[in-house]
Design a protein around this ligand. Sequence first.
Ligand code: COA
Length: 454
Amino acid sequence: MTTKPNHIQPALLQELSDSFRLHGLISPELYARYRIKRGLRNADGTGVLVGATRLGNVHGYLLNEGEREPIEGRLTYRGYNVYDLIRGLEREDRFGFEEVGYLLMCGALPDRRQLTAFQQMIGQERALPNNFTEDMIMRAPSRDIMNKLAGATLALYSYDDDPDTTTVENILRQGISLMAKFPVIISHAYQAKRRYFDGASMFLHVPDPTRSTAENILHLVRPDGQYTDDEAKLLDRCLILHAEHGGGNNSSFTVRVTSSSGTDTYSAIAAAVSSLKGPRHGGANLRVVRQFDEIQANVADWTDEDEVAAYLRKILDGVAGDGSGLIYGMGHAIYTLSDPRAVALKRAARPLAERKGLAAEMDLLELVERLTPGLLRERKGIDQPMCANVDMYSGFVYQMLGLPRSLYTPLFATARIVGWIAHRLEEVATGGKILRPAYKPLSKTAPYLDLDER
Ligand code: COA
């Protein structure tokens, strides 16, 4: 693959950038003066209420006399606690991501007949259109699978005979098809990346319509296509835990915003994929694993609390890590005492870590989780409770499953597609108004000057 020569001269680019910095920046003081809800947050950190949903409920604190009272986190999908959903699946030793997709998109848990029909429909929809992998993925492979996923999602518009109709039936049809195809797109995009950027061989396995989403992912990604039932069930639980997180998270809100304009499903979902890529959202799982590489490389004794704490202090002070002062995998906008997704993943990860000889790595993650709140108090005076979030353990689980890093965030998208479609349906069927908040205009009117007068 060839890339085009860059015609943008550095000196000119610097001049353009300086111009933006001189004229384009807005002082934080103006946000306070105009009482702007920065980040769509209220002054107490809670989100501005902009909609209603029957989907995910992210419960992380109680409001008592206007003060946040920390509680253990709880996540429900249409009223069902995710712990109960997973426990039920464990009892019956079944895969459950498809069932959770049905619950979120169609409104209720399926009975046996409905579930079988839904699973068959997904199986039939897995295959990509003829030559799609060759034309849309291999012809222009990307280093970043999220960018390829967003592009491929937009491209699927061209293969749909009825792409723009926004009835419930049509959105559901498109949503089921995207849910079925995302595992294939990310796997083929990963294989193309291996071939073109990593100098490795490419394995384009064919999806199996009779297998679950989790099984297909392992089958498509691994060169030999093989996996154990335990591995596939663990991945299935990961997908369930990432399937939905309320309407206010950045990518679901993106779906709400774009869907409210009446745009098509492919455009709305491509926008959500683009949002999820960001390191402050789904992309955080990559930052966590990179940060742990660094801690492991720089701390000689991973069991020495003082040595680990000393390195974490450096990260908080911005002299180690990526300079942001953040310990990735810690903290959450809503959860206080615990993030139920992190709790569930941690529980599922331990036995596998023992089996794979990675117990010391897992102990280190847990030590960072334990030390961080005290260090934040010491370094930044932050006294509020702080828990590990889902990203603390998701990357570790994927690593134990032998899944490549470039797929960590795409796997999140492959799970969250069902939540996105459910939010799109809710917005289109019941929102009824284009989302259109206000921005305070700050520029003074200026007389236009002819070119020679400037
Ligand atoms: N490391 C260092 N400082 C942290 C922190 C962390 N992991 N999490 C929060 N803080 C700091 C914030 O910077 C803020 O400090 P400031 O007031 O000096 O700016 C303070 O603690 C209060 O933060 P809070 O209001 O509770 O969090 P938030 O809602 O603004 O942000 C996150 C929530 C998730 C964005 C934040 O915790 C974070 O950046 N975590 C690390 C990235 C991550 O793991 N993201 C995945 C989320 S699922």
